[in-house]
Design a protein around this ligand. Structure first.
Ligand code: NAI
Length: 346
């Protein structure tokens, strides 16, 4: 049972106000009904100041433990480095807070299992891992069409997450802690493939990749372009591509192929509906980053979390789904490094 009655707002503390955290904070403060952003936590004083000045957040903490001790906070939004996620989720649950945490749940399988165990001890608390694409209107429509049998029996997903090249190589500095291109980027596509194919068990993966533009990645045994194939039970297949080096923009696209049709989501990563006709032909501008592509989905995701906390509704994705995405991502990374296929236990 939840303790919220009609009219109560979920009082949220945001933890991490970096590249993505400040966007979540803005959404929570201005776009989500039934929620108030009451607190913020970051070790960076400037980030806390800007939460106070731009969003009117008054309860500011440079220590996560102090935020968790605040009885005025019902739920935390963890938008912190991935290595911190498992311990921060566990501490929040033990402090009686509902938890939204950015993807991936963890880079370590045992840590995923420990979080699941802890969550089982607190069935009254909601925990959601931010696989944002499940909340995108086009992906939801595709999922509903697959479910209704529109393409027959779905047996294959081809899905890519491709970022525009950043010549400064931000992600090269981030690579030692991100888990590599598959756990950082393809983890979204893995989650989509499982969702769209009906959660089949993985059987075997093979991954490879190349460094096209950023030699600094070699130190972390990472690549800037990676490809992987995952075989699932029942003859289902997924093919993944992830890139950090696109020239044109952020290009996330997914195809679901069935026995009597196929669906393509986001084939043209267009920034809007304007088409330009000029001496070069017909063209359109592209989304530059993941955020422009999924801005509305981030709002829907936060709203779904808040609605679940207030209404005691089930969330559309479980911690087990997040563990499975990590499991397959780890296997892809192992395969990339070893050059060998990786089998999953039966
Ligand atoms: P970032 O490095 O820009 O921000 C991290 C934030 O955490 C900073 O504000 C930092 O001060 C804060 N922080 C660090 N240690 C902390 C601690 N002990 N307690 C509280 N705050 C702490 O990272 P970014 O890019 O915002 O990523 C954060 C998370 O979001 C990652 O897990 C990443 O995988 C995920 N992410 C998800 C995306 C999606 O599409 N859903 C896209 C981008 C990132």
């Amino acid at each position: 049972m939840n303790s919220f009655s009609a009219g109560d707002s979920v009082r949220i503390g945001i933890v991490g106000l970096g590249r993505l955290g400040r966007r979540h904070a803005d959404n929570l403060a201005t776009r989500i009904s039934g929620a108030s952003l009451v607190a913020a936590c970051s070790p960076v004083a400037d980030e806390l100041r800007s939460a106070r000045d731009a969003l009117g957040v008054e309860r500011l903490y440079d220590s996560y433990a102090a935020l968790l001790a605040d009885p005025q906070v019902d739920a935390v939004f963890l938008v912190t480095p991935t290595s911190l996620h498992p311990a921060q989720i566990i501490d929040a649950l033990r402090a009686g807070k509902h938890v939204f945490c950015e993807k991936p749940l963890s880079l370590d399988l045992d840590a995923c299992a420990t979080v699941i165990e802890e969550a089982r001890r607190h069935p009254q608390l909601k925990t959601l891992i931010g696989f944002v694409r499940r909340f995108d209107a086009s992906y939801r429509d595709a999922f509903d069409k697959v479910r209704s049998g529109r393409i027959g029996r779905p047996f294959m997903v081809r899905s890519q997450t491709c970022d525009k090249n950043d010549p400064d190589g931000f992600f090269v500095r981030f690579a030692p802690t991100s888990g590599g291109i598959f756990l950082d980027c393809s983890v979204h596509d893995i989650d989509l493939a499982r969702w769209l194919l009906g959660n089949p068990k993985p059987h075997r993966v093979f991954a490879t990749g190349t460094i096209a533009l950023h030699p600094g990645l070699a130190e972390s045994q990472d690549v800037d372009n990676g490809v992987a194939v995952c075989e699932f039970e029942g003859g289902k297949l997924a093919v993944f591509y992830a890139s950090r080096t696109m020239a044109h923009g952020h290009d996330t696209t997914t195809e679901v192929i069935g026995t009597s049709g196929a669906l393509h989501i986001g084939r043209n990563p267009r920034a809007n509906r304007v088409e330009i006709a000029d001496a070069h032909g017909m063209s359109n501008e592209c989304t530059l980053t993941f955020y422009e592509r999924f801005a509305d989905a981030f709002v829907s995701e936060a709203q779904a979390f808040v609605d679940a906390v207030r209404g005691d509704e089930a969330l559309p994705l479980s911690l087990h789904d997040a563990l499975e995405a990590t499991r397959i991502g780890i296997a892809m990374r192992e395969s990339l490094i070893s050059g060998q296929p990786v089998m999953f236990d039966a």
